[in-house]
Design a protein around this ligand. Structure first.
Ligand SMILES: *Cc1c(COP(=O)(O)O)cnc(C)c1O
Length: 225
């Protein structure tokens, strides 16, 4: 089996190739290493190989790991579902939140970051394919949520996060992102961050305009449950 440093190198090479292939500016696509259910040692290995941005889904698990890192140049992204009683801890431990889908959550995160006097980078999660099992605001509710989040002084709305239905072919994967791209172009073309693409579909995500691909098992190997 390949090592984490080897996989990281290969992933970065792929990302660069896809940037070139799809006429994206060099270094316009960042890698977010999704470290949920991965060990502190694995995260350290990735960090030492130059990976400094990590995504976590489960708050308790994440806090247990984040405390092992005191480096200033590491950033933590919350990419899981948010319960409102967890917002203080999320505000205290994370630099980015990708999964804003309710005004109440935005309100509470803003309140806590106001006390810290520190702006929080946020993305609105959009339920691109309209699947009932998936989180995120609908495409119809998206413009209203943009207006809502923008009004909070201590939240910096950077863009959108999405996870479409899964398809096997590159063509269908690209197509699945189109409604989201249309909504962004219509309502908020000035966003600088688009968090789409996982191990399965990051090539298609880069083709359509992703700026942040969220890759877990493709970097760390299978998750331990
Ligand atoms: C787990 C997860 C990922 C990473 O998925 P992989 O298949 O391991 O690349 C990306 N985004 C979100 C929101 C996740 O929960």
């Amino acid at each position: 089996m390949k090592s984490i440093p080897d996989r990281l190198k290969a992933l970065k090479k792929n990302i660069q190739e896809y940037e070139q292939c799809f006429n994206r500016p060099k270094n316009s696509v960042k890698l977010l290493a999704v470290s949920k259910k991965q060990s502190v040692d694995s995260i350290k290995l990735a960090y030492e190989s130059g990976q400094h941005a990590f995504g976590e889904n489960y708050l308790q698990e994440a806090i247990g790991k984040i405390h092992h890192f005191t480096e200033k140049d590491i950033s933590w992204h919350f990419i899981g579902k948010i319960q409102s009683n967890k917002t203080i801890a999320i505000a205290e431990n994370f630099d980015w939140v990708h999964t804003i889908e309710r005004e109440k959550i935005a309100f509470r995160l803003n309140e806590h970051r106001a006390k810290m006097k520190k702006v929080l980078n946020v993305l609105i999660q959009v339920n691109i394919s309209g699947e009932e099992s998936k989180s995120g605001v609908s495409l119809e509710a998206f413009p209203q949520m943009v207006a809502c989040v923008k009004a909070f002084r201590w939240l910096r709305l950077r863009g959108v996060m999405g996870m479409p239905a899964q398809y096997d072919s590159f063509k269908l994967q690209c197509k699945s992102f189109v409604p989201l791209m249309d909504a962004i172009n219509l309502h908020q073309p000035k966003f600088d961050s688009l968090s789409i693409g996982t191990s399965q579909d990051y090539k298609a995500a880069i083709a359509v305009g992703s700026t942040m691909v969220r890759i877990g098992e493709g970097l760390f190997g299978p998750r331990k449950n």
